[in-house]
Every structure is written in C-alpha cells, then in structure tokens.
Design a binder for this molecule. Structure first.
Ligand SMILES: CC(=O)N[C@H]1[C@@H](OP(=O)(O)OP(=O)(O)OC[C@H]2O[C@@H](n3ccc(=O)[nH]c3=O)[C@H](O)[C@@H]2O)O[C@H](CO)[C@@H](O)[C@@H]1O[C@H](C)C(=O)N[C@@H](C)C(=O)N[C@H](CCC(=O)O)C(=O)O
Ligand SMILES: Nc1ncnc2c1ncn2[C@@H]1O[C@H](COP(=O)(O)OP(=O)(O)OP(=O)(O)O)[C@@H](O)[C@H]1O
Ligand SMILES: N[C@H](CCC[C@H](N)C(=O)O)C(=O)O
Ligand SMILES: [Mg+2]
Length: 495
C-alpha cells in the first residue's frame, strides 16, 4: 500500500481554495473519501453524495486518525481544513498530488465506450507483455499489476483508489498502464489527476440512462476523456471508431490528433476481407499503405472492432504490426466474454457479459450464425440500472433466438418479477418462458438442448455473484452450467 509524506500546503497547490483553517503544514500520509476506511495520517475528503453526505462522517474520520479535511463548508472540528467549491471535482487532483502524480511516470491508456472496454484493455495488456513491458490493468475484472490480480468493485474505481493503484504500479516497475474509463467515472471526476497518453473509443449505444438521462449527456461524459488529452507527456493520441455515429463529435472535441479505425467508412485502420467463424475472426487491416493479416479467437463481427482498436494503438505507439498481430493471435479469450463451457455435451454453451441492447443483439446474431439447430437464450437485466433498456433487450433477444428464457440478473433492490415483466413487454414472436431463479433457468436450458443447439447465457459473464437487495450471494453462470451438465451425465472437462 503506497504511503505519502507531503504537507497539506503542497498538496493543495494545484486547486482553487476558497478558505482554510488550521495549520496547513500538517503532514499527510494518505487520503480517503470513506470514513470507514480512514487510516491514521489521512486527508479525509467530505463528499456530498446522493445517499450520504461525507461531511456527516468527518467526526468519525478524525476519530480514526484523519489529520486534515477537504470540505465544502468548514466544520467545528479541531483539524486543519481546506474549503473548495466541489470536493468531488478536486479529489482526483489532490489524490494525484498525495501519491506523487504516478500517471506522469508511466504510459497511460484509457478506453471508453459502451461495449468492448474490458476486452480491449486485455488485448492491450497482452500486446504490452508481448513487447517485454511490465503492464498494469484497471477495469471491470479488477486490477492486475504485472500479473498479480487485485479484486475491485468498479469498472473505474474512485480517484483515490486509481491514484493508489497507479502509484503501486510505478513502485513495481510498470511502464504501461491501461484502464477502462466508464462514463460514471468521467462524470464523477474519478480520473481527474490522470494524465493519459492515449484515449480509445469503442462505441456509443444505449446504457446507463438512469444516470445520464439522455444519450447526449452520456456522450458528453465519454467525450471528456478525449477533450482532456493534454499535458506534459507527448505525443498523445485519440483512437476512435470511425463507423460510430459519435465519431464526428469526438473528433471535434479531441485535444489530441485522431486516428480512426473501422470496417465501413474511410478510416486510417481499415478492416477488409473479414471472415467470422465459430473459432473467431480473421481479417486484413489496411493502414499507411500496409496490409496485415489479423486473427483473433473470439467470434463476432464486434470482435473485429476490438482487435482493430488494439492493433491501431500498438502500431501508432511504435510496435511492429507483425508482433502486434502475433500478440492478438495468442489471446485465448477474456473471461466471461463469449466463453464456451465444454463438458463433452453435443451442444454449445456460451456465457457472455452482454448487458446492453447492442451487446445482446451482437452476441445473439453471432451465436445464431454458427448454430445449426436452435438458439436458446437465457438472460435477465440488472436492477437499479437503466430500466428503458429492458424491453429493448427483450426485443433483440427474441428476434435472433428460437427459445427465450427470461430470468434474473442482479435484481438489487428491485422486485425480480417486475424486471422480468418489463423485459417481456419487448418480447414477441418467439416461444418464451420466465423462470425467476437463474439456476433453474440455466438447468431448464440444459435439459431442453439437443445436438447442434446453442445455449447463450447472457448478462453476467465473469461475475461470481448475484445481488439480491444489498446481499451478495455466490453465483457463477459457468459453474452452474457445469453442475447442470454433470447432472445430465456429461463429465469430460475439455476446457
Ligand atoms: C452513480 C455512482 O457511481 N455513485 C457512486 C458515488 O455515489 P455518491 O457520490 O452518491 O456518494 P454516496 O454514496 O452518497 O456517499 C457520499 C460520500 O460519503 C462517504 N461515506 C458514506 C458512508 C459512511 O459511513 N462514510 C462515508 O465516508 C462515501 O464514501 C462518499 O464519499 O460514490 C460512492 C462512493 O464511492 C459510490 O459507492 C457510488 O457508486 C454506486 C454505488 C454505483 O453503483 N456505481 C456504479 C453505477 C458505477 O460506478 N458504475 C460504473 C459504470 C460501469 C459500466 O461501465 O457499465 C463503474 O465505473 O463501475
Ligand atoms: N465492440 C463491441 N461492440 C458491441 N458489443 C461488444 C463489443 N465488444 C464486446 N461486446 C459485447 O459486450 C459485452 C461486454 O464486453 P466488455 O466487457 O468488453 O465491455 P465493457 O465496455 O467493458 O462493459 P462494462 O461497461 O460493463 O465495463 C461482451 O460480452 C459482448 O457481448
Ligand atoms: N457495469 C455494468 C454491468 C452490468 C452487469 C449486469 N450483470 C448488471 O448487474 O446489471 C453496470 O454496472 O451497469
Ligand atoms: Mg468493462
């Protein structure tokens, strides 16, 4: 765990301070925005949020050893305090100062977009490792520093956590860090204080409208990554999907030169001769008067975009096209992304993390394309998330599947039956049933499947839990499938 040793006055140099009280020469050893995790010597940031107001926990933070506070109103507590207009918006910069600006000491790549972030960050990690780098990764599957996994709860952690992780990476000799940058993170300032060398945009389709309210707000949040591509480290680059409708707007706001990739439009990295098979994708990339064959072992047209984005990044940062292509060819797959479960059964079972209308449509279409028999799709939608995507997901799943089992995802504090009902309003012209218990739903699909069929289980991918209310229960789609297949007498584990 990184420890700091800086005076408060040094830490606040880069931010606008409205007022202060107490001795600002106090030495800060670390930083926290959660009173429950304060360590002696910490600077505690009082964040007014939607559920709680951090100012209310400042007393507890001081009892736990906080030696100074960042506040929006001065509090009657006997520790030095710094008052700012918005604590949320300055924490990133403060945390960067506390942990010695780690992003300035490594190459930092940010990946944003609705779908494909986890996948592309893993491809970039692999490309870095192939070139002998020590690589750090932060994203939905947690963080990984030079191969060591560190669990995490968010796609993009809060800014203090981000700075701590980057600082650990620097300490461990990492020279390339790649992170997923969610729209929540951009809007809540979680990556303020990060100096990115490259920004990669995947695509923009519907999700998170509970938080962003409109697609325009959602795009505005995403665009901050590209508008923020300035700083000391040069050169910087924006790598954008030229086939996405948001391309023009992102080019307009990008502070760094743009490199485009795509299949349909005229772009800098153009995929041609695309072949999609059950084993993955193969295509040629035409770029700068060169041609490079790419093979990547995840099926689906969308996989071409993910591989292209990673390839464009690798070539632009100076790696040889051939070696980047080799790295992509060596990747076996990303956990929970179009992951096959094989127990010797005569039908396919695919577990995938599609949890948006676009993601689900893509995987359903991909599975459909290589299924000789019927496509049985099992999925649900998360509670306390964008409700408007539920009927749309019902609709796209129905369109491509032969049989639909609508079930629960993570209901969180919502009624699981109500979520299922909302999904079913979009479902028509396909045989479907609703089974609230996800384990039962998966078992049912396994019982129904005949040789040549495919079962697609979407929405939870790598997740190893299910959330009911605020309780987290162990649950892993892949394990549940194995259990069901064992029950049917299949036992040969060949994956
Ligand atoms: C919309 C959103 O992201 N909200 C996050 C935000 O909430 P908030 O600002 O309203 O804060 P709050 O919960 O009211 O708490 C206010 C402050 O009081 C503090 N507190 C609270 C209680 C206490 O005892 N002591 C204490 O100090 C909290 O630490 C916080 O600093 O800050 C909280 C503290 O870090 C987060 O827990 C909360 O994440 C919520 C729970 C969440 O589910 N976020 C998801 C949607 C999210 O971030 N997802 C993205 C996108 C994934 C994707 O791309 O699909 C992600 O990056 O994972
Ligand atoms: N480029 C893409 N375009 C559309 N769908 C994609 C793309 N890449 C992946 N998908 C689909 O979206 C799912 C999630 O992919 P991935 O985890 O890479 O996205 P993400 O952007 O990291 O998601 P999250 O927002 O949850 O972090 C995959 O399981 C697949 O079904
Ligand atoms: N990062 C996404 C993941 C959704 C995954 C799905 N299983 C759910 O719980 O809704 C989110 O927080 O919206
Ligand atoms: Mg992700």
């Amino acid at each position: 765990m990184p420890t700091a040793n800086k005076s408060l006055v040094d830490i606040i140099k880069e931010i606008e301070v409205q007022a202060s009280s107490g001795d600002c020469q106090v030495i800060i050893r670390g930083m926290s925005m959660d009173s429950r995790h304060v360590q002696p010597g910490d600077l505690y940031a009082c964040v007014p949020g939607s559920q709680a107001d951090g100012h209310d926990f400042a007393g507890r933070a001081v009892d736990s050893g906080a030696v100074a506070l960042v506040v929006e109103r001065l509090l009657p507590l006997a520790v030095p305090q710094v008052k700012v207009a918005s604590v949320r918006q300055v924490i990133g910069k403060l945390a960067a100062a506390v942990y010695d600006c780690p992003s300035e000491k490594l190459e930092l790549v940010g990946v944003t977009g609705t779908n494909g972030k986890t996948t592309i960050t893993h491809l970039i990690e692999k490309i870095g490792i192939k070139h002998g780098k020590k690589v750090g990764l932060i994203g939905t599957l947690g963080a990984r520093i030079n191969g060591r996994d560190i669990p995490g709860e968010r796609t993009t952690p809060e800014s203090i956590e981000v700075q701590k992780l980057l600082s650990e990476m620097v300490d461990e000799g990492v020279s390339l860090a790649v992170m997923e940058v969610s729209s929540h993170a951009l809007s809540l300032g979680r990556v303020a204080g990060c100096e990115f060398d490259a920004g990669i945009f995947t695509n923009l389709t519907q999700d998170h409208l509970d938080y962003h309210k409109t697609m325009k707000d959602y795009l505005n949040a995403k665009s901050r990554l590209f508008a923020g591509l300035h700083g000391e480290k040069q050169p910087k680059i924006s790598i954008l999907n030229g086939d996405d409708p948001a391309f023009g707007e992102l080019c307009r706001v990008s502070a760094a030169p743009v490199v485009s990739y795509g299949i349909h439009n005229s772009v800098d990295y153009h995929a041609e001769d695309v072949r999609v098979t059950t084993e993955g994708v193969r295509f040629q990339v035409r770029f700068k008067e060169n041609l490079q064959e790419i093979s990547y072992a995840t099926p689906g047209f969308f996989s071409v975009y993910n591989a292209l984005a990673a390839f464009a990044w690798g070539v632009e940062r100076g790696y040889s096209a051939g070696t980047v292509a080799e790295a992509l060819a060596e990747i076996a797959g990303v956990p929970g992304r179009f992951e096959s479960v094989r127990m010797g059964q005569p039908f396919q079972v695919i577990v995938d993390y599609a949890h948006t209308p676009d993601g689900l449509e893509n995987v359903v279409r991909t599975a459909r394309d290589f299924t000789e028999g019927r496509l049985l799709t099992v999925f649900g939608c998360g509670g306390d998330r964008d409700r408007t995507k539920r009927p749309l997901m019902g609709e796209v799943a129905a369109q491509g599947s032969d049989f639909l089992i609508v079930t629960s995802d993570n209901p969180r504090t919502e009624d699981p039956d109500q979520i299922i009902k909302e999904i079913l309003t979009g479902v028509s012209e396909v045989e479907s049933i609703a089974i609230r218990d996800r384990r039962e739903a998966i078992r049912k699909a396994c019982h129904m499947a005949k040789p040549g069929d495919t079962i697609l289980i979407a929405g939870k991918g790598h997740e190893t839990y299910q959330i009911f209310g605020t309780e987290v229960h162990p649950f892993d789609d892949r394990e549940v499938v194995r259990e069901a297949l064992r029950g049917l007498g299949y036992a040969s584990l060949d994956n």
